[in-house]
Design a protein around this ligand. Structure first.
Ligand code: ATP
Ligand code: MG
Length: 744
C-alpha cells in the first residue's frame, strides 16, 4: 500500500478509495478532511491510472487551492495538468474558450472591484443620481446579491422595484449590465453566473466538460452558494463522480449567500451517495472536543455527528469572568506571558505563535493590542490591521491633529478629500506647490479665496466648509470635551455619513472601529476630567507608535473567529463571551442567525489543540458605552463539568445572587444594539451642539456645560456667548458648545 494511504485511518482510507459514484465526506473539524481529499487525488492518479486532465478540484480561496496543489504534487510529482483551482479561476478558464457563445468576445475583460466602482459612478452621473446619498458601494452590494440569486434586471423590475430605492437599484443594475456587455467585460460574479448560463444554453459544451471532468471534488462544500452549487451539479450530473467535503457545523458564511442546504441535502441530490463520516479528531484534547460538542449539539438543523479523539482529556476549558474588558485583556496577556515563560509545561516554555486570540468583532482587538504591548508581548493582527493602523482611525486622528495644529500639512493632505470634496490629486499637488512657494501652510493657502476661486464650484464649496469647520473647532477646542469634539468632527465633516451610505460589510466594520475610538477617549476622560485635545493626542501618539513587529517574528496571533476557519493553535483564547457581543445582537435579525453564531462558536473552540480559555467581562465599554453584560448563552450551553476556573476568579460577585439577579433583570430581553446606540449618540450630540446656534440665550440665563458645569450667561452677541462658570468666565461659540439650559 502506498505510504500516504497507510497513514490514513480506516474511515479516511475508505473515503479515499471510494472513487466511483457520489461521495459525501461529512467531516468534523480537524478530522483530516483536506488530507483525505488530497490522498484521494493522488490515489486516483497513481493507482487508478486516471489522467490528471480528468480531475477537477475546487475550493474557495487561492491560498487553499495552492496548498492543495502543493500537497498533491508532493505525493505524485509536479507538472501534471490538473485543475485544482478556486471556483472563479475554473470558471474563467472555461469562459475564455466559449465566451462567444454568450455573445462576448474571447478576450473579454474581467472587472475588479475598482473597475466596477468607476463604472457605477459613471452610470450614476448619467442618471443624475446623487452618489452622496446612494453610493456606488450600495449599488454594487445590491447588484451582487441579485447575481447570486440569479435575478436579472428585468426580473428585479417585476418582483421588486416598488419603492424609490429599489427603482434606483433597478435602473443602475440595468445600465450596469448594459455597460459591461458593451465593454466586453465581466465582473467576478459574472464569471460564475455566465459559466452556468453557458452550460444551460449549450448542451454540447456542457457535455464536453462533463466528459472531461470525470472526477469532481469540492472542499468546504458547506460554504457554497446557489451558483456554485449549480456549477458543480451540472458538471457532475452525467457521471455522478462527485466528492464533496465539508462540515455543516462550520458553515459560517450564510450571511454572504452560502446555503447550508447544499450539504444537508447532498444525499437527496445524488441518490445512492456514499456517506463517510470522519469522526476521529486529530487536533484537540478530549475536553476541548467535548466542549465543542456540547455547544453545537444545541443546533437543530444539523446532521448528528460526534467527534472522538485518542488524545488525552487534557485540561478543562478555563473560564474567566473579568470585571471589565481591560481586566479581561490583561488577564489574557498575563496567561500568555506565564505560559510562554514555562509555567504550563514546566520546561522551555512555548512560542508566542502557539497562541491565538479569536474575537467576534474587529473592534475588540484594541484592548488586546494595548494589553500585549504593555507587557512587551509581540503580536500580529491577522487578516486585518492593527487598530491604530486602520484607515478610518488614521483619518479621524488627522482631523484631530489638524484642529490642534493647522500647520500640519501631512494631516491635511490625508483628509482634505476624505470624504470626497471634489479635490483631486492634481489640484492638491498644485495647491501644495503654491503653499511651498508662498512658504505658508497648506491650510493658510486654502483660506485664500483668490486661490480657491480657480477651482470647481464643488471643490470651492468643499474647501470653504472644511476650513470653516477646522477653524471653528480649533477656536473652541479648549472649551470642549475631547469626546464632544470627536462627535462634532465625525458628523460635521460628513465622514460618518459617507460610511453609513456605503452600507457594506467593510463600511460597517469601519463604523464599529470609529465608535470604538470613543471608548479610548472616554477612558482618558474618566482618568482626567479636564483632558485637553493636546494631551489626548500626545498619549495616543505614543500608543499608535508601538513599533510594528517584523513579519517573521514569533508573535501571538489576533484575528476574528471568521478568519480562523481551517487553522489550528495549541492555545486559544475566546474573549467577549457575552450576549449581544457573541452571539451578536444582529444574530436575532435572521431566522437562522443564532444557529450560525453557534457554528462560529464551534469553529472557534475546535481551533484549539491543547488548551482553551473563554473569557467575558461583567462590565464592558464598547463603542464608548458602558454596560453590564450577561454571560453568553453559549457559556450556559457549555457542559459545566468541562469548565473550570474562574468564573472562579470573581466568585465573590457570583455568590451575591441578588446582585447578579439585579443585573439580569436590568438586561433587555433582546441583546442591546450597542453600535446603533453609539451612532445615535454621536449624531444627537453633534445635533445638540449645532442647536445652540438657534437658542436665544440672554444675560441671566442659567446654562449647563458638560465640562464646566452650571453657569450664568453674561452676554450673547452674534455667535459668541460669555458664561460665568464656577471656575471663571468662558467665551464659547454657539453652534459648537454643548450648552443646554439648566433645569428648573
Ligand atoms: P478543518 O475542519 O479545521 O478544516 P480538516 O478536517 O480539514 O480541519 P486537516 O486540516 O486535514 O483537517 O487535518 C487536521 C490535523 O489532523 C492536521 O494537523 C493533520 O495533519 C492531522 N491528521 C489528519 N489525519 C490524520 C491521521 N490519519 N493521522 C494523524 N494525523 C492526522
Ligand atoms: Mg480543512
Amino acid at each position: 500500500m502506498r505510504d500516504y494511504l497507510a497513514k490514513l485511518n480506516e474511515k479516511q482510507r475508505e473515503a479515499a478509495l471510494h472513487t466511483e459514484g457520489p461521495l459525501l465526506i461529512l467531516a468534523g473539524a480537524g478530522s483530516g478532511k483536506t488530507s483525505t481529499m488530497t490522498c484521494r487525488i493522488a490515489y486516483l492518479i497513481e493507482e487508478k491510472g486516471v489522467n490528471p486532465w480528468n480531475i477537477l478540484a475546487v475550493t474557495f480561496t487561492n491560498k487553499a487551492a495552492k496548498e492543495m496543489r502543493d500537497r498533491v504534487e508532493a505525493l505524485v510529482g509536479e507538472g501534471l495538468n490538473m485543475w485544482i483551482l478556486t471556483f472563479h479561476s475554473a470558471c474563467l478558464r472555461i469562459l475564455r474558450r466559449h465566451a462567444e457563445l454568450l455573445g462576448y468576445g474571447r478576450d473579454f475583460a474581467v472587472y475588479d472591484p475598482t473597475d466596477q466602482k468607476t463604472l457605477v459612478k459613471n452610470i450614476c452621473r448619467d442618471l443624475q443620481i446623487d452618489t452622496k446619498k446612494f453610493t456606488p458601494a450600495y449599488f454594487l452590494g445590491n447588484i451582487s446579491k441579485c447575481k447570486e440569486n440569479r435575478v436579472t434586471p428585468a426580473q428585479y423590475e417585476r418582483e421588486y422595484g416598488s419603492d424609490f430605492r429599489e427603482q434606483m437599484v433597478q435602473k443602475v443594475y440595468a445600465a450596469y449590465e448594459k455597460q459591461l456587455k458593451k465593454n466586453n467585460a465581466m465582473d467576478f460574479d459574472d464569471l460564475l453566473l455566465n459559466t452556468v448560463r453557458l452550460f444551460e444554453a449549450d448542451e454540447e459544451v456542457l457535455l464536453q466538460y462533463q466528459h472531461r471532468f470525470r472526477y469532481i471534488m469540492v472542499d468546504e462544500y458547506q460554504d457554497t452558494n446557489q451558483i456554485q452549487y449549480a456549477f458543480v451539479h451540472m458538471l457532475a450530473q452525467e457521471r455522478g463522480n462527485i466528492c464533496v467535503v465539508g462540515d455543516d457545523d462550520q458553515c459560517i458564511y450564510q450571511w454572504r449567500g452560502a446555503d447550508i442546504r447544499n450539504i444537508l441535502e447532498f444525499e437527496k441530490d445524488f441518490p445512492g451517495a456514499k456517506v463517510v463520516k470522519l469522526e476521529q479528531n486529530y487536533r484537540s484534547t478530549g475536553n476541548i472536543l467535548a466542549a465543542a460538542h456540547s455547544v453545537i449539539a444545541c443546533n437543530s438543523a444539523r446532521k448528528d455527528k460526534k467527534l472522538w479523539t485518542d488524545a488525552e482529556e487534557g485540561s478543562k476549558v478555563t473560564y474567566c469572568r473579568a470585571m471589565d474588558e481591560r481586566e479581561e485583556a490583561s488577564y489574557i496577556a498575563g496567561e500568555i506571558g506565564r505560559i510562554h515563560d514555562g509555567a504550563y509545561s514546566g520546561d522551555a516554555g512555548k512560542r508566542y505563535s502557539d497562541f491565538a486570540v479569536l474575537y467576534r468583532t474587529n473592534a475588540q482587538s484594541r484592548t488586546f493590542e494595548e494589553a500585549l504591548s504593555r507587557r512587551n508581548v509581540p503580536y500580529r493582527v491577522l487578516g486585518g490591521l492593527r487598530y491604530y493602523d486602520r484607515k478610518e482611525i488614521k483619518d479621524i486622528m488627522c482631523y484631530m491633529r489638524l484642529v490642534q495644529n493647522r500647520a500640519d500639512d501631512l494631516a491635511l493632505v490625508r483628509i482634505i478629500n476624505e470624504p470626497k470634496r471634489g479635490i483631486g490629486g492634481k489640484t492638491l499637488e498644485k495647491l501644495q506647490t503654491l503653499a511651498a512657494v508662498r512658504s505658508e501652510s497648506l491650510f493658510d493657502t486654502l483660506l485664500d479665496q483668490e486661490v480657491t476661486a480657480s477651482l470647481s464650484a464643488k471643490a470651492r464649496e468643499g474647501i470653504a466648509a472644511f476650513t470653516e469647520m477646522i477653524t471653528d473647532f480649533a477656536g473652541q477646542q479648549e472649551n470642549m470635551r475631547v469626546s464632544d469634539l470627536y462627535d462634532g468632527l465625525l458628523v460635521r465633516s460628513g465622514y460618518l455619513k459617507a460610511l453609513e451610505d456605503q452600507r457594506t460589510v467593510e463600511s460597517e466594520s469601519r463604523i464599529e472601529n470609529l465608535m470604538e475610538f470613543k471608548s479610548v477617549i472616554y477612558d482618558y476622560e474618566n482618568e482626567d476630567a479636564n483632558l485637553t485635545l493636546a494631551e489626548f493626542m500626545e498619549r495616543i501618539a505614543l500608543l499608535a507608535d508601538v513599533d510594528n513587529h517584523d513579519a517573521g517574528e514569533d508573535a501571538v496571533v489576533l484575528m476574528t473567529l471568521h478568519s480562523a476557519k481551517g487553522l489550528e493553535f495549541p492555545f486559544v483564547f475566546m474573549p467577549g463571551m457575552e450576549d449581544g457581543l457573541f452571539p451578536g445582537w444582529r444574530a436575532f435579525d435572521r431566522p437562522d442567525g443564532l444557529e450560525e453564531e453557534r457554528r462560529l462558536c464551534y469553529v472557534g473552540i475546535t481551533r484549539a489543540k491543547e488548551r482553551l480559555w473563554m473569557t467575558s467581562a461583567e462590565c464592558r465599554t464598547l463603542y464608548g458605552r458602558t454596560d453590564y453584560t450577561r454571560e453568553s448563552q453559549f457559556m450556559r450551553e457549555l457542559d459545566p463539568k468541562l469548565v473550570e476556573g474562574d468564573g472562579v476568579m470573581k466568585k465573590r460577585d457570583r455568590t451575591e445572587g441578588q446582585f447578579r439577579d439585579g443585573i439580569r433583570s436590568a438586561r433587555p430581553a433582546r441583546p442591546f444594539d450597542q453600535l446603533k446606540y453609539a451612532r445615535q449618540m454621536t449624531e444627537r450630540n453633534a445635533a445638540a451642539m449645532a442647536k445652540t446656534a438657534e437658542e436665544n440665550f440672554v444675560a441671566g440665563d442659567r446654562v449647563v456645560h458638560p465640562k464646566f458645569g452650571e453657569g450664568e450667561v453674561l452676554s450673547c452677541e452674534g455667535k459668541i456667548i460669555r458664561v460665568a462658570f464656577a471656575d471663571g468666565e468662558k467665551k464659547l461659540a454657539l453652534g459648537m458648545a454643548p450648552l443646554s439650559r439648566a433645569e428648573g
